[in-house]
Design a binder for this molecule. Structure first.
Ligand code: CTP
Length: 415
């Protein structure tokens, strides 16, 4: 770890005036808990929704609003220059319009003009406003200039409305904030993690474990939080892809914004959902930890605890990845995952290479597991092996960063 990568990061949290402003408090808490310094810059209308005291207690700093505050420090210039990241939660239609025009009529917009760091805008508004040609143009302008404008989620809006325009959940916003920060630290020269290079592409991602019922209360399954698959789906959606996420048994995760989520339990249900969605897909990523076996029969009643422990005959489940690469359909790009441990017979990489050949997929992400690695933790590392013989090391970092590298490799290989 370099000194640069361990120093607390300076984040400007810009809050504009929409009802979703209340969720910015949760984002602020998460950014602080991750060890960052956060300066809240709120618009006047944001302060109609949330009192400054709340932001000040959570950030430990006074909230800034107008350009005539703290004039001797020339704060409107200093803030932008100091920032490692600006996060806008929520970015209202009005804020996006003012940014697109390059306005500088309050502390937030002046800060945005002086900032040279990544800017993450998280929109929240009614569907009509999000879809209005004026907003569509403003978003396109901002993206062209390098601002990351997240796709909003679909769901309940203010009042009884539902539709696209909902603020993505705070953990998701914090995940993208971390991605932009860590990319800046480790990959100075690397391409940006969220280009819109998957626009017009359909992708399918599987996530989590599968569970096979033994009886009405017991299951036999694979351990997986689903976090890596969710991160892959999230990053693909924010790179412009049309994403179907097929999720088995997962931890308590929020559905990613802008993604179609299909929930399944057994391997056979996952197989049907993946193969169905794959029909129209350009890419399928099998990040799920699929259970290879299932009980040969499922007991209708709960298996009773008798004298002896029951022995349970098992049978093989379908191999979804194999089916994807052998199916008689137009060729799509298929990415597999492998959690491996090394032993006297070979290294993690040797086993990964052998699995890539056995499975016949185009790319294989190999994770070294054991001793608390990969399962149920926030970070991940490994290698990305290509059927073309390529091999790329995936350094320790967030699951979103690993996802961004996988999509880079996929985007390079798409026709
Ligand atoms: N996979 C699958 N269907 C299965 C088992 C695995 O689609 N029935 C996929 C996983 O989603 C993953 C890849 O295959 O992308 C490798 O999974 P892994 O469990 O490592 O593969 P196995 O073939 O089960 O190999 P092993 O003999 O090491 O368990």
């Amino acid at each position: 770890m370099t000194e640069e990568s361990t120093r607390p990061r300076e984040i400007v949290l810009g809050v504009s005036g929409g009802i979703a402003a209340y969720k910015s408090c949760e984002v602020l808490r998460r950014l602080r808990e991750a060890g960052n310094h956060v300066q809240v810059v709120a618009t006047r209308s944001a302060l109609e929704f949330i009192g400054a005291a709340t932001f000040e207690a959570l950030s430990g700093r006074p909230v800034l609003t107008g350009v005539f505050e703290n004039v001797p420090e020339v704060e409107h210039v200093a803030l932008g220059r100091r920032a490692d990241l600006v996060v806008l939660v929520p970015a209202t239609a009005d804020l996006l319009a003012r940014m697109a025009q390059g306005r500088a009529d309050d502390m937030l917009t002046t800060t945005l003009l002086t900032a040279r760091c990544p800017v993450l805008a998280v929109p929240a508004m009614h569907t009509e406003m999000w879809e209005h040609p004026a907003t569509v143009d403003n978003v396109a302008t901002l993206r062209r200039r390098g601002t990351v404008v997240l796709e909003p989620a679909s769901g309940r809006l203010t009042g009884a409305d539902t539709g696209r325009g909902r603020l993505p959940e705070p953990p998701e916003i914090a995940e993208f904030a971390r991605l932009l920060l860590e990319w800046g630290i480790d990959d100075g020269g690397m391409p940006f993690p969220l280009p819109r290079d998957l626009e017009g592409r359909r992708v399918v991602v599987s996530a989590g474990g599968t569970a096979e019922p033994l009886d009405p209360v017991r299951t036999l399954g694979n351990r997986s939080s689903g976090r890596q698959g969710y991160a892959l789906a999230r990053v693909a959606a924010q790179r412009g892809a049309d994403v179907t996420l097929v999720a088995g048994t997962v931890a308590d995760l929020d559905p990613p914004a802008g993604v179609e989520l299909r929930r399944v339990q057994t391997t056979r249900e996952m197989r049907d959902a993946v193969l169905d969605a794959a029909k129209a897909a350009d890419v399928v990523v099998m990040a799920a930890a699929v259970s290879d076996f299932r009980p040969a029969s499922t007991s209708v009643g709960k298996i009773k605890k008798g004298q002896d422990a029951p022995s349970i005959p098992l049978e093989f489940n379908p191999d979804i990845l194999r089916e994807l690469v052998t199916e008689d359909v137009p060729r799509r790009l298929v990415v597999g995952f492998a959690a491996e441990t090394g032993d006297d017979g070979g290294s993690v990489l040797d086993y990964g290479r052998a699995k890539l050949e056995r499975k016949g997929c185009d790319l294989l992400v190999v994770n070294a597991v054991g001793a608390g690695r990969a399962f149920e933790v926030e970070d991940n590392e490994g290698w990305l092996l290509g059927a073309d013989g390529s091999s790329l090391s995936l350094p320790m970092g967030s699951k979103a960063a690993l996802a961004a590298r996988v999509w880079d490799a996929v985007a390079e290989r798409l026709p």
